[in-house]
Ligand binder design. Structure first.
Ligand SMILES: O=C(O)CCC(=O)C(=O)O
Ligand SMILES: [Fe+2]
Length: 249
């Protein structure tokens, strides 16, 4: 990644909207919400709960959310579709998941669905990598991101699903993880690199939000203690929550 001076080395971002503004200056196409100076959305504050961890509220406009959701629904179909993840201890994750590019299983990556139907994992689309790079530029606001993203984990949450505190540590790359949220609002708990416990910051991630965590926060613990049923925006229509994390292997 070429991002010039990292914001966490220079005392953080000066001004809560800087990341969005710089993202807009970098130019974007499609429905990424920071793509225009006249959309009146610069008022949405960018929040940095920890160095290198940046919340971009309202990042995807409704058309982009629709595009991503339609793609998620197609990816969820078999073969190599949505599955329940079984943990080595015998438990099951309440979130159901489908992977693109590389198949994640506890705890590693494979090219086939080794803990499911055995089919080859679906390809990672170039456009999603571009969305992720643009979000990184929006978050850090200093130069272009050249990361070759090649993995996406798509998580489907019903109203009772949650995700325990964990680290995304099965990737060899230290590239920032980029998360896009659709549908219901959730409480996203962003903790620290030391352990699963406090200190942490609870953030409401809404449909359309992006969240980037890299640099000193790349291996921070995080989780989703609850989803707030019925809080999804009217468009695109979705019952529950979908989260897409884009990563580099
Ligand atoms: O659903 C989220 O917002 C987080 C998902 C997550 O942490 C993961 O897939 O590793
Ligand atoms: Fe994670």
């Amino acid at each position: 990644m070429r991002t010039g001076g990292a914001p966490w080395n220079s005392g953080g971002m000066d001004g809560v909207t800087r990341g969005l503004r710089d993202g807009a200056a970098a130019g974007s196409t499609g429905g990424v919400r920071n793509g225009g100076a006249d959309d009146g959305l610069f008022a949405l504050p960018t929040v940095e709960p920890a160095p290198g961890a940046v919340h971009l509220p309202g990042y995807l406009d409704p058309a982009a959310q629709r595009e991503l959701l339609d793609a998620c629904r197609a990816w969820a179909r078999p073969p190599a579709g949505l599955r329940t993840v079984r943990m080595p201890g015998g438990g099951e994750m309440s979130v159901r998941q489908v992977c693109l590019g590389w198949h994640w299983y506890p705890y590693g990556y494979a090219r086939t669905v080794v803990d499911g139907d055995g089919a080859p994992v679906k390809p990672f689309p170039a456009w999603l990598g571009e969305w992720a790079r643009r979000a990184v530029e929006g978050a850090y606001g200093n130069g272009s991101c050249a990361v070759q993203y090649d993995i996406a984990l798509v998580n489907f949450y019903d109203e009772t699903a949650r995700m325990g505190m964990h680290r995304d540590r099965d990737e060899r790359s230290d590239a920032p993880v980029v998360s896009f949220s659709l549908g219901d609002t959730c409480v996203f708990r962003f903790g620290n690199t030391e352990g699963r416990g406090r200190p942490w910051t609870d953030i409401e991630l809404r449909g359309g939000d992006a969240f980037v965590f890299g640099g000193p926060s790349r291996l921070a613990h995080h989780g989703v203690p609850r989803v707030r049923p019925g809080t999804a925006p009217p468009e695109p229509e979705l019952r529950g929550r979908v989260n897409v994390t884009v990563r580099a292997r």
